[in-house]
Design a protein around this ligand. Structure first.
Ligand code: FES
Length: 365
């Protein structure tokens, strides 16, 4: 937050206290500010939709102007987006597809989002969100970041997994990155190429960039012949982002070329999950703060179970990355879906979205 923003928040807090004698002045004054202009709200980060345009089949790019108290981002990061769908606030996490220069110089960012079959938020954004609307953002997060020192980079991306890569490629070109950068991009058809204009422009004007687009419906699937040899990969860093099958295949091929885990970055879209023995999972779940309860089927996360009980716990990515769903488990054992590890039986902090009940559990929401 800049010094100017900090002064503004202090001034608003002072005014709120004078008007309300309230311990949380923003809670009092924010609705007033929101009624004047939703972009003035301080307790969340509002962002105005500047434009929406079609990017590829089932994929749109949303150009947003976040309020000035948003802290910005690094290329490759994601952020929580909150929209109101049918009167209920819904939060999901998306990657930023634009580069930081556009934000710093012109104040806008873009999110490139594919419509998911049955997806509440992506369908709302595709069908209803339009220029002029205001949505809420969170601060950017994530460690899918560019290396500190130049080295050869190999990207293997599939489908909409390309979005954080678009941000990184634009930033690399702007910085005149001195090492070779290769992108192997896998899409079902030509209509599914996301960021085509940027990618083709980069290929034309940036000598260090090699682009290969593979149409998988034509049988052009990831193969060892698409990758450099082991010696060329020795000093390289590899970025994997796309559907699980592609990532598993890429990881196996890279391991065969002696690429170590430290040389590989993946996005949360491909975060690994372990296979759980669901026979021993499930049980009665008490939500002791609200007094509600539900039964876990042994497959659903505690976030899903809470929502099915009519609760609305805070959450973001639903993938174990953003920690927005962290809360206290008072007692009972849960299994972490990402690691397969069991919690202790007593009080501790858990992430609802990646926790599955093993026996009766009491969660403080
Ligand atoms: S919602 Fe992001 S970690 Fe659970």
């Amino acid at each position: 937050m800049t010094a100017e923003n900090s002064k503004m928040t202090t001034a608003i807090n002072w005014l709120g206290r004078q008007l309300s004698n309230h311990s949380n002045p923003l809670a009092y004054i924010d609705p007033l500010l929101g009624a004047i202009d939703p972009m003035l709200v301080r307790s969340v980060i509002p962002a105005r939709v500047l434009a929406v345009h079609k990017e590829a089949r089932d994929t749109k790019t949303f150009v947003l102007k976040p309020a000035s108290h948003w802290s910005g981002f690094k290329p490759g990061q994601h952020l929580p987006v909150t929209v109101e769908v049918n009167g209920s606030r819904q939060t999901r996490t998306f990657s930023i597809s634009s580069d930081p220069k556009s934000w710093k110089q012109n104040g806008w960012i873009s999110l490139t989002i594919k419509r998911l079959p049955g997806g509440l938020v992506t369908n709302f954004m595709h069908d209803a969100l339009k220029a002029g609307d205001v949505i809420s953002l969170g601060e950017a997060f994530g460690d899918f970041l560019l290396p500190a020192n130049p080295k050869p980079l190999l990207y293997i991306a599939g489908g909409s997994g390309i979005t954080p890569v678009l941000s990184q490629l634009a930033a690399l070109e702007q910085a005149d990155y001195p090492a070779p950068v290769t992108l192997q991009y896998y899409v079902r058809t030509e209509q599914d190429i996301i960021g085509a204009t940027l990618l083709y422009n980069l290929r034309q004007r940036w000598n260090n960039f090699e682009l290969q687009i593979h149409i998988t419906d034509s049988g052009d699937l990831l193969a060892a012949s698409h990758l450099p040899d082991s010696a060329s990969l020795e000093t390289a860093h590899c970025y994997l982002c796309g559907p699980r099958g592609l990532m598993d295949l890429a990881t196996g091929l890279l391991a065969g070329l002696n690429v170590s885990d430290k040389q590989i970055s993946t996005t949360f879209f491909s975060a690994p999950q372990v296979a759980l023995d669901t026979d021993e999972l499930g049980g009665a779940v008490a939500f002791s703060k609200s007094g509600k309860s539900a039964t876990s089927d042994g497959e659903s996360s505690l976030l899903d179970v809470a929502e099915s009980a009519g609760l609305k716990p805070k959450h973001g990515c639903r993938m174990g990355i953003c920690h927005q769903c962290s809360c206290t488990k008072r007692e009972g054992t849960v299994i972490n879906r990402l690691t397969g590890k069991a919690s202790g039986p007593g009080e501790e902090t858990i992430q609802l979205c990646i926790s599955v009940a093993r026996g009766p559990v009491d969660v403080v929401i």
